[in-house]
Design a protein around this ligand. Structure first.
Ligand code: DO4
Ligand code: MG
Length: 296
């Protein structure tokens, strides 16, 4: 079962996408309320949603994707893990050393260290949903999307579900100095999540998901790369356990688990590029990149 939100007559509605492709409108304001109600009823959220849609007429739509999809939840905070895949480690090393050095970098160290890299990526106001514009920084000339598996957490750090995320990043700012990481990662609309949250109890194996990133420029596909969460260096619970340490989590916090896909080094995003991030069993998150002054 997948949960999502969509716009109907300027109102955000909650929807359920069942495994048979049928789409239902849920009479509930948000995912976390469903989770709490399911717990109170001592059933899984999946079972609870099934009981809610039992007897309901599905929406007369071709597919859930044909709806005007919104963020699946208002994540109060989005955190992100870094250098959790070998491909990310290699890409960061290229940024930091311009491909010149074979000396050990901070990225090598964090890849092997017990403590993972975790950083605050976004707030609800900076996070956009499917179909919305993500922003490019005006002071960077090397920008990429980062396609990442996102964990939707409750305030205890339990994994409620999985979504797709885009950790927009400036490789030049990040490579210039590790202390610039917040500027390389956080700005207006630098994060997108959605459109669906696959309920955790219905996810067969989160370590066996194909992740694809496609980028279209003027209608032409210029990037098309696929990797798999099977290449993740760390366990999801390990990332969550570090995030929880002496920290306060809020219901609906999202933790992006790091990218396994970095476009070729010569690639940088341009205004108007359409970014598609597809995660097997979850769905496709699509956004167009523009500069902040071009926002519609
Ligand atoms: O250390 C830089 C950030 C790494 C990151 O965002 C990733 O690996 O996905
Ligand atoms: Mg990332």
């Amino acid at each position: 079962m997948r949960i999502f939100r969509y716009w109907d007559n300027s109102q955000k509605c909650l929807g359920a996408l069942a495994d048979d492709g049928k789409v239902y409108r849920l009479d509930s304001p948000d995912l976390m309320k469903l989770v709490r109600e399911a717990r109170a009823a001592n059933v899984s959220t999946d079972e609870y949603v099934r009981s809610r849609i039992n007897g309901l007429e599905p929406l007369r739509v071709v597919s859930a994707e044909s709806l005007d999809l919104a963020t699946p939840l208002d994540a109060p905070e989005v955190w992100a893990a870094g250098v959790t895949y070998q491909s990310s480690r290699e890409a960061r090393n290229n940024e930091a050393t311009a491909g010149r050095s074979d000396a050990e970098t901070y990225y090598d160290k964090v890849y092997d260290a017990e403590r993972p890299e975790l950083f605050m990526k976004s707030t609800a106001a900076r996070t956009v949903g499917p179909g919305e514009q993500v922003c490019l920084r005006s002071d960077s000339s090397w920008q990429v999307p980062e396609a990442e598996l996102g964990l939707v957490l409750d305030s205890e750090g339990a994994i409620i579900g999985y979504t797709a995320g885009n950790d927009m990043s400036c490789r030049d700012i990040e490579g210039e100095n590790p202390l610039y990481l917040p500027q390389a990662k956080v700005w207006k609309r630098s994060c997108a999540i959605g459109p669906f949250v696959r309920l955790a109890e219905t996810m067969a194996d989160p370590y066996a998901l194909a992740i694809t990133c496609r980028i279209y420029r003027d209608g032409v596909k210029v990037v098309d790369e696929t990797a798999n969460t099977g290449q993740l260096k760390r366990k999801l619970e390990e990332l969550v356990s570090f995030l929880k340490r002496d920290n306060e989590l809020f219901d609906g916090t999202v933790l992006l688990t790091g990218t396994c896909l970095v476009p070729p080094d010569q690639f940088t995003l341009a205004s108007g590029d359409r970014i598609e991030i597809e995660i097997e069993g979850i769905g496709t998150l699509a956004n167009t990149a523009v500069f902040t002054h071009e926002l519609e």
